[in-house]
Design a protein around this ligand. Sequence first.
Ligand SMILES: Cc1cc2nc3c(=O)[nH]c(=O)nc-3n(C[C@H](O)[C@H](O)[C@H](O)COP(=O)(O)OP(=O)(O)OC[C@H]3O[C@@H](n4cnc5c(N)ncnc54)[C@H](O)[C@@H]3O)c2cc1C
Ligand SMILES: NC(=O)c1ccc[n+]([C@@H]2O[C@H](COP(=O)([O-])OP(=O)(O)OC[C@H]3O[C@@H](n4cnc5c(N)ncnc54)[C@H](OP(=O)(O)O)[C@@H]3O)[C@@H](O)[C@H]2O)c1
Length: 547
Amino acid sequence: MIACHTLLNMLTVGSYLKEEKLTNNASYNLLLNGQLMLEELVFLTLVSFRSNLLTFNFSIKHLTTFTQYASNLLTLQSSNPFSHTMVSVRNPPRNVCVIGAGPSGLVAARELKKEGQKVVVLEQNHDVGGQWLYDPKVEGQDPLGKDTMGSGLTVHSSIYDSLRLTSPREIMGFTDFPFLIKKGRDTRRFPGHKELFLYLKDFCEWFGLREMIRFNTKVEYVGILDYGAFGEDLKWIVKSKVKDSDEVISEVFDAVVVATGHYSYPRLPSIKGMDAWRRKQMHSHLYRVPEPFRDQVVVVVGNSLSGQDIAMELVNVAKEIHLSSKSLNVSEGLSKVISKHDNLHLRPTIECLHEDGRVVFVDGSGITADTIIYCTGYSYAFPFLDTKGAIGIDDDRVGPLYEHTFPPSLAPSLSFIGIPRKLIGFPFFESQAKWIAQLLSGKRSLPPRDEMMKSIQEFYKSREAAGIPKHNTHDIADFEYCDKYGDYVGFPHLEEWRKDLCISALINSDVNLETYRDIYDDEELLQVAHQSPHFTQLEHEALSSSL
Ligand SMILES: Cc1cc2nc3c(=O)[nH]c(=O)nc-3n(C[C@H](O)[C@H](O)[C@H](O)COP(=O)(O)OP(=O)(O)OC[C@H]3O[C@@H](n4cnc5c(N)ncnc54)[C@H](O)[C@@H]3O)c2cc1C
Ligand SMILES: NC(=O)c1ccc[n+]([C@@H]2O[C@H](COP(=O)([O-])OP(=O)(O)OC[C@H]3O[C@@H](n4cnc5c(N)ncnc54)[C@H](OP(=O)(O)O)[C@@H]3O)[C@@H](O)[C@H]2O)c1
């Protein structure tokens, strides 16, 4: 396994050589250092997509030898305006607790291990995968997904049986572990949820992560061991419980990485009459299959991915579906679906609910329904975390968090992976994991606390000025941010093909909601992707046969 790992690292570095591309910051620094002549810049393209997806891409030729690349990279890391944080002193290995073995926790474990830390991953479930570990057993749960015990939910995954990926598989993989098509498995570009689960299991085997994970172990408490030492070398007390046992295990760690996800705790609207309504109300967190809704009149609240997917699945089973949306100005794709199905109706938001089953919408129209399914999204929750107010959640803003990752007063000893939404998840989690690992090993350091706080306040102000509601604080929707974030640790910028394929899938889904996962016209982009170092860095056969 060690040999595989080293080979992988070499191949990853080699991939840059083949690609002969550096990022704008990279090019800028090379120029500053006098290592590149102006004529060596072949072209500069400015690509923009909508107002918030903006990126520069420089292609540079003549960087042909490994040593030249390596020395350039070192220069880059020390002179990059974002990596003001390079330091030379290495810390001794730390005891680090990662909470959660979903995609974020797995990549965190991998990066921490690489940096020589002693890592324990505590996972409440029986396997890896997080959301992607499908859980069909939802009987006995509160249908609105309320945390009735006050100690966290018992069902973590919100994945339903028919769920397929919303983005093409090519863009999903961690940078050094492509999400390949495998014989005998789900070979579709937008595969079902099980295929991503299997990918994560493969990732775990390939990097030898399983031995670090303690399964069926739920973290119930995380707090600072000695509050007197606040701000100094912190230690954390972590209390956990093994499934079906009453024993509480207490352990002390030097650092805690929270990777517990945020798509499990329902975010419910507040609607007049909700408590009095006697018929069935549930949240999409516990929706699994359409059969229980056969011949029913169902109101689906929320017109985002869950609401659309569930409404489209119910058209073949339910008597009527009323999709309640905040805006009636919907995408072309959804309009096509609605006009195709007589039993699917678009409605505005709900005004109030009546005890007898009536649902009244804000336009005055009304129906009598059997079930309401709230597809209204999820809230952040860390019921185990006790930081004495150093970090809190205000209307789904988790903060203060420097770059969505570090609470300034507790960093880098406490960190969070996976908080940002609306970005290409796995590579972003990977860049977060690298930063955390390199900070803990002492390779880098963070800016002073007041600078981090200032940056957070400026970020909040800019969001407010842009009219973005507080509960969308962590919605990124910006490739440039991901690249800037990666610059903190010299993490490669998102490949252009990843961005292009993501955009092409978004456009296709907007127009062809029902069919975008099976009919697409981005073959040229796909070819570019498959010829890129991400896909050629490993021999497909070698990877398949080794697992
Ligand atoms: C319906 C749905 C569809 C989605 N579709 C896509 C998609 O198509 N593409 C995409 O990129 N993303 C999608 N996502 C987002 C998805 O959440 C991410 O892909 C990814 O799973 C996030 O990884 P994570 O590790 O941060 O969190 P999770 O996957 O949620 O993993 C968190 C882990 O922490 C564990 N945990 C939580 N609390 C504790 C505790 N107290 N003690 C111990 N362990 C704990 C959980 O059991 C879990 O294993 C979807 C999400 C949902 C809900
Ligand atoms: N792979 C897949 O196919 C798939 C399927 C489902 C989900 N997902 C992923 O899972 C995550 C969660 O998605 P989600 O759709 O469950 O949640 P979501 O993206 O947070 O969407 C919830 C929607 O409900 C709306 N809403 C809230 N209150 C409402 C009300 N009272 N009336 C009408 N609408 C209301 C919200 O509007 P506001 O934002 O304005 O409040 C928002 O549009 C996302 O990351 C998504 O990508 C993926």
